[in-house]
Structure formats: C-alpha cells, structure tokens
Ligand binder design. Structure first.
Ligand code: IMP
Length: 195
C-alpha cells in the first residue's frame, strides 16, 4: 500500500507566495494545504507575525503549519516599509508607486533587502523559526511581469535582472523565501512532524 503523505498547512492567502512555497517544498514529499488565516498582522516584528499566522493555522486545522512574514527594507528610508510592506496602499500597483514616490530625489543606488521569516508550528511542540534575506536595489522603472509584490522594481546584483524578469527557478537561486526554506529543509524539522 502507498504510504500516506504527511500534511503541512501553508498559512497564506497570497497566491504569489503560495506558488513559490509549492515549488520550494516540492522535494519534501508533503501534502501542502493552503489556508488563509485572514488575521491582522498586529505584531511588531516579522517573527511575531509569522508565529501568529502559523499558530492560528494549527489551532484551526489541528495540523502542523508554516506561517511566514516578509517585507522589503530600503536603506534610504531607514528600513521602511519593512513589516508594513503589504500595507503601503490598497493595491500592489499603488504600493510600488508609493515606495518609488518616497524615494524620488534620493541619491541612487537605492539599496534594499527582502526579508522572510518562517515559523513552523507543530501541535505540542515549540514553534521554530527560519530566516532568509536577499540584498539588492530598488530601481525606478518597472521591469518584468513575473512574480508578485515589489518584484518588478527589485534588481538582483550581478544578474542585471529584477525578480520581475526571472522565472521561479531563477528567483529561487537568490530569494529570501528560498533561503528561509533551505534553512528549514536543512534543519530536518519537517521529518520530525508529529501528525
Ligand atoms: P506579508 O508577508 O503577507 O506581510 O506581505 C509582505 C509583502 O512584502 C508582500 O505583500 C509583498 O508586497 C512584499 N513581498 C514579500 N516577499 C516578496 C517577494 O518575494 N517579492 C515581492 N514582494 C514581496
């Protein structure tokens, strides 16, 4: 009889992120279940918000869950928008436009980094955290249609491309989310899930 695959809930309602997690975790041999907790991100840090999403998903599903929080931090704006990256405006287009407006007139390069914190919550066990970052530069012109969020204005050093110009397989070589997932996979924690 075929062995039943373990289930892991991915606590996000963001389809761009979900696509990336499905690709990044494809080799883990788990059944991935998307679940939007629709909670307000009330935490003061990526870690608090990631924990909130993962633990809420565990409470509601009874299954192990992965929650994440991410954002882009711009040096010339003292790390803004950071954990507020999803709240700069009602649509992503407006959020990107708002970010570029705040950078207008500031000397380039507009150095920035993406950050992703993953929380793995497993019923009956302490929640574990994994982090990844990707350094790069915000550019004023929108380039590429791929990805999501601020991808079209985030230039990756040494590649000549924004994330908006990269396919998933290329973005995963550099991205904050891919690095956090790598740390999670290397920890062996997914092989020790309780359910
Ligand atoms: P949250 O993690 O749900 O709070 O959302 C973080 C926000 O940061 C997203 O809505 C995007 O705007 C932005 N963001 C996070 N990761 C990425 C990425 O890989 N590419 C582009 N934008 C991202």
């Amino acid at each position: 009889m075929a062995e039943k695959r373990r289930k892991l809930v991915i606590a996000t309602g963001n389809t761009g992120k979900l696509r990336e997690y499905r690709e990044l975790l494809a080799s883990a041999g788990l059944e991935l279940i998307a679940f939007d907790t629709e909670i307000d991100e009330v935490g003061e840090t990526y870690t608090e918000n990631a924990r909130l999403k993962a633990e809420t998903a565990v409470e509601r599903s009874g299954l192990p869950a992965l929650g994440d929080d991410s954002g882009v931090e711009v040096e010339a704006l003292e790390g803004f928008p950071g954990i507020r990256s999803a709240r700069l405006g009602p649509t992503q287009e407006e959020r990107t436009a708002e970010l570029l407006k705040r950078l207008e007139g500031k000397p380039r390069p507009w150095n920035a980094r993406f950050v992703c914190v993953l929380a793995l919550a497993d019923p009956g066990h302490p929640t574990q955290f994994f982090e990844g970052e990707c350094r790069g530069e915000i550019v004023p012109e929108w380039r590429g249609e791929a990805g999501f969020g601020y991808d079209p204005v985030f230039l990756v050093p040494g590649t000549g491309k924004t994330f908006g110009e990269m396919r998933l397989e290329e973005k995963r070589l550099y991205s904050h989310r891919a690095r956090a997932v790598r740390a999670l996979l290397e920890s062996g924690a997914l092989g020790r899930l309780s359910v």
